[in-house]
Design a protein around this ligand. Structure first.
Ligand code: GDD
Length: 410
């Protein structure tokens, strides 16, 4: 049997996702009309002999209750949310719940970061992992040398694929091969985490007895014994010991830390739906009479006027109303939004219950990595008729009656 664990973090993480994380935990923010965490969960569903899926985080239990019960019913696989009493780090959180994770006596454990967007080639990874016969296999990808330092950089043996060297977000360039935040382990991972934690405790005791403190790096000195990071504390020390291997994906991969990246990833997942869930894309069945261009998701409860023109990369959530003559390109429209006649929305995220007036424009240049590369309207923002909002972030509950450009409206 196999189990999967998805690390969802907690409210103190994901701060770059504001203002969209004010009222929804980042892992539940919709990409291509489905909660962010839904995409790795559906990928896990395709693993043969999958017994359970666990979400581990330090959000309040109630934030996830509704989602885990509906997704368990839908996929016919138990999905459980396990709440840490405090952050234990990506490996510490796994270790904290080891008894529950091992309930079904699985031979393999998948571990996935919730904030990565990829095709999750989990079954292929598992096969490769079995061939390597190590303790763990890490999904890796080649990125541009300039962007590599935002991730864990690593060196792998070109023939055996063994992980030879690992450095987390190094200041000087090590390699353009990076850690995708998707892993498969044997249960030996728990012994490895235990070792790190015991070693840390020993060192803490030593420091207590002598003035060893100066020999310790400042970061390891500050960490509690039960806080273990998968990257720095496990991948780095276990590299080059024939225990860790790599599996390279040639498919798409992105990390989702900012609203801009969520818009990009929403588009990537919509494009993937063509292969995995074509029924979720609008236009194919002819039921939506509006003109649809490219990949578009429209929630069944949304009302779209037949003269609206929508797409590509548009995702429309529940109870949204789109008026006559509206044009939408590259956007995420969240629940209960109203876009009135002849308004235009391009490269933007429109927050829950917002309203965009007649002949208004909400837009940006669509540079997903720039701070103001997309326009974001927080929850319940009102853009009055004929107002133009360009490359701006508008915090919740604001009313805009004049046009703005390159502004953050607090
Ligand atoms: N439950 C729980 N508890 N989850 C946590 C905790 C914790 O204490 N700390 C982090 N996480 C979750 C986050 O929500 C995220 O899904 C994942 O673990 C990794 O988060 P970070 O540890 O903050 O690392 P990162 O996202 O900056 O970088 C990691 O992922 C990159 C790929 O996206 C590193 O492993 C990089 O090497 C890697 O390239």
């Amino acid at each position: 049997k196999v189990v999967a664990v998805i690390m969802v973090g907690g409210p103190t993480k994901g701060t770059r996702f504001r203002p969209l994380s004010f009222n929804t935990p980042k892992p539940l923010f919709p990409l291509a009309g489905q909660p962010m965490v839904h995409h790795p969960i559906s990928a896990c569903k395709r693993i043969p002999n999958l017994a359970q899926i666990f979400l581990i985080g330090f959000y309040e239990e109630k934030e996830f209750t509704l989602y885990v019960s509906s997704i368990s019913n839908e996929l016919k696989i138990p999905v459980r949310y396990l709440k840490e009493d405090k952050p234990h780090g990506s490996a510490g959180g796994l270790y904290y719940f080891r008894n529950i994770i091992m309930e079904d006596n699985p031979s393999h454990i998948f571990l996935l970061n919730c904030d990565v967007c990829c095709s999750f080639p989990l079954t292929d990874m598992l096969e490769a992992h079995k061939r390597y016969s190590g303790m763990g296999t890490v999904l890796v990808i080649k990125v541009s040398a300039e962007s590599a330092n935002q991730f864990g950089e690593l060196v792998a043996d070109p023939i055996t694929k063994e992980l030879l060297h690992y450095t987390e977000k190094p200041e000087t360039f090590v390699s353009d091969l990076i850690n995708c935040g998707v892993y498969v382990f044997t249960p030996d991972i728990f012994t490895a985490i235990q070792e790190v934690s015991t070693h840390r405790e020993d060192q803490a005791n030593l420091r207590h007895l002598s003035s060893f403190e100066t020999l310790q790096s400042p970061t390891s000195r500050a960490l509690p014994q039960d806080f273990v990071r998968l990257d720095q504390d496990i991948l780095s020390p276990f590299a080059g010991k024939k225990q860790l291997y790599t599996y390279e994906t040639m498919d798409f991969w992105e990390q989702i830390k900012t609203p801009g990246m969520s818009l990009k990833c929403s588009g990537l997942y919509l494009a993937q739906f063509r292969y995995t869930s074509p029924d979720l894309l609008a236009g194919g069945d002819g039921t939506k009479s509006a003109s649809i261009l490219g990949d578009v998701y429209v929630h069944p409860s949304a009302k779209v006027h037949p003269t609206a023109k929508i797409g590509p990369n548009v995702s429309i959530s529940a109870n949204v109303r789109i008026g006559a003559g509206v044009r939408l390109i590259g956007c995420i429209i969240l629940d209960d939004v109203e876009v009135q006649e002849n308004a235009v929305v391009i490269n933007s995220i429109v927050g829950w219950k917002s309203s965009i007036g007649k002949w208004s424009r909400v837009q940006a240049d669509g540079d997903y990595n720039a701070k103001l590369g997309i326009t974001i309207l927080g929850e319940a923002v009102i853009v009055e008729d004929e107002v133009v909002v360009i490359s701006s972030i508008v915090l919740p509950n604001k009313t805009l009656n004049v046009s703005v450009q390159d502004e953050i409206i607090l």
